[in-house]
Structure formats: structure tokens, C-alpha cells
Design a protein. Structure first.
Length: 216
């Protein structure tokens, strides 16, 4: 009986609160709150990134860019793309051969980028970007055509993959239109179908420097 009495009191309390809300709020005078509405602040931005991490046990540099919109100076949404710009060399096998030789890994990835900025008005604040998308790797043999030294390189295998790359960075307000960030990301790659490259060989942490331009 006590439980029923408590439930009845709770229902009456919520009914009273709901009636007061209806009496004091005209639904026709209020706009449904949403992330993308006329009341929100929407600004475009562009950025460039330098990322350093390990691929196939070798230190590699990736260069990329991203751009999109900042909503209410806190929420980020856009597209991003990155590519390997250094020579990633490793020991692997060419199909049909039994001895390992030096091979090279090339590729990149891209997709959507979302993020959040914490305490954006402070001189130093936190930014949390997340890249979700896909990419492709190819494995090349630079000495495949031994009788043609002018063009001896040949792609022996390639594959697409899925990537999720969350990160965290400390961001500095250099000017009203320029921010400099430094932080780390975790590059998670899944779905590679290569004889010489496994997912764990290209998954790992990355140090990054970011240059972001826009109206902040």
C-alpha cells in the first residue's frame, strides 16, 4: 500500500508540473531545439595536419587536410583526408617467390571528421577530433622488372580498409582566426586483405600537429 501511495504522489506531482508548463508556454511561440537551427552559430574552417606514427614497424609521416563547419564554436563536422608521404619499407614476399625482399607500402585514408572543443574561449583548451572512413593500401616492389631499370616498380597487391581514428589535442588560440594544436590519435584499421600487411601492423598511436584556420 505504501508503494502505491508513493507512486500516486509521484504521478500527481508530474501532472501538476506538466499542467503548469502547458499553462505558461505556448508551443506555437517556441522553435524545436536542434543542433542545426537558425539560432545556432555556424562558421566554416579549414585545417592541415602532420602526423607521425609507426607503419610496418617503420616511422612514417602522414600529411592531410580537413575542413567543414564549427557549430556554436564547440562542435566540429567536416571531411578529412590523409596520405603517406615518406618511404615505408619492410621485408615481405612476392607471390611465387620463397625469399623475402624489400617492399614498399603506400596509401592513405579519408572520411568524415567530427569533434568537440572544450573551453574554446581559453588561451589553451582541449579539442577531441574523430575520423571515421575508409582507405586503401598498396604494396609495391621497386625491383620487380629487373630488365627495365627506368621503370622497375610494380604493385603486387592492394586492399581497402576501414578506419576509426579518435584523438585528443591541446589547442592554442594564436589569433582570432588561427589555432595551433598538438596531440595524439589512435589509428584503428580493420579489413586489410594483404598477404604482407596485417591490421595490427598499421594500427597504433600517432603524434600530430594541427594548423586550423577559420572564424573561431
Amino acid at each position: 500500500m505504501k508503494l502505491l501511495s508513493y507512486l500516486a504522489l509521484i504521478v500527481l506531482a508530474f501532472s501538476s508540473m506538466s499542467q503548469k508548463y502547458i499553462d505558461t508556454h505556448d508551443p506555437d511561440d517556441e522553435e524545436i531545439k536542434s543542433l542545426l537551427s537558425k539560432q545556432n552559430d555556424l562558421n566554416a574552417f579549414g585545417a592541415g595536419d602532420l602526423k607521425v606514427g609507426d607503419l610496418m614497424g617503420e616511422r612514417a609521416l602522414l600529411v592531410g587536410a580537413y575542413g567543414g563547419f564549427i557549430i556554436n564554436r564547440r562542435y566540429l563536422f567536416g571531411v578529412a583526408g590523409y596520405g603517406i608521404v615518406t618511404n615505408v619499407e619492410f621485408d615481405g614476399l612476392v607471390q611465387g617467390q620463397t625469399e623475402e625482399k624489400k617492399l614498399n607500402l603506400h596509401g592513405g585514408y579519408g572520411g568524415i571528421i567530427i569533434g568537440w572543443t572544450i573551453a574554446h574561449k581559453e588561451l589553451v583548451h582541449l579539442s577531441i577530433p574523430i575520423v571515421l572512413g575508409a582507405g586503401s593500401f598498396e604494396v609495391d616492389d621497386k625491383d620487380f622488372f629487373v630488365n627495365n631499370p627506368a621503370d622497375s616498380e610494380f604493385t603486387i597487391e592492394n586492399s581497402v580498409f576501414f578506419i576509426a581514428e579518435p584523438g585528443i589535442e591541446a589547442e592554442f588560440n594564436i589569433t582570432k582566426y588561427f589555432r595551433l594544436g598538438a596531440g595524439v590519435t589512435y589509428r584503428y584499421i580493420s579489413g586489410t586483405e594483404l598477404a604482407n600487411v596485417k591490421d595490427e601492423d598499421v594500427t597504433g598511436t600517432t603524434a600530430m600537429i594541427s594548423f586550423r584556420f577559420g572564424r573561431f
